[in-house]
Design a protein around this ligand. Sequence first.
Ligand SMILES: [Ca+2]
Length: 211
Amino acid sequence: VLAVVASAALTTVGVAWAASATTWSGMSTNLSKACDRQELVQPFGAFGDTGNYVWAPNGGLESRTTGWALTGSAAVVPGNEPFYVHGKTDSKSLSIPVGSTATTPAICFGALYPWTRLFVNGPAGSSLRVDLKYVDTGGVLQSATLATLTGAGEWQLSPRIYAASFLVSSFSKLGYVAASGERYSAVAYTFTPTGGAWLIDDVYVDPFKFR
Ligand SMILES: [Ca+2]
């Protein structure tokens, strides 16, 4: 039985991907860019994290809402995260009031054990839930909570938000085959605040293949 399941999963790689290309905003347009031209940077050296990361598509909201899916009154607002790790002239971030949500563009992940980091600013005592959106082995969009961040009343770098166990599911059927021939998968993050309005900015992901 296991062999049959594995075979079926393999034969649908790529096909399933195309079928789900409209699953969330920006997936089809962003994946080819994100997977084919992954540029490694070390944005968090000043924070004691010398790991390689890849910029998420429009991860700093400098292209306003392009690729993002917002609900409620979530909106791009003036003012960047104060460390300017992506660009000194960056000038925008994303406001997510209570009752609204924000979902990133589709993000390319190269292998297992990836995580993401971003800058967040939430009122003390409030929280920000981080859910992973992925497509399961049945081709169904799923959402799973990865972390709940606690507000500090100021901008801070998030901890590493870890998504590995869910990507196992995602990888088993879905994939984007890059020009290099390497197979990738895609995820998106949804941010949901509780107890106060949050700001987020500068989303980076860490592809395992480069570690
Ligand atoms: Ca920004």
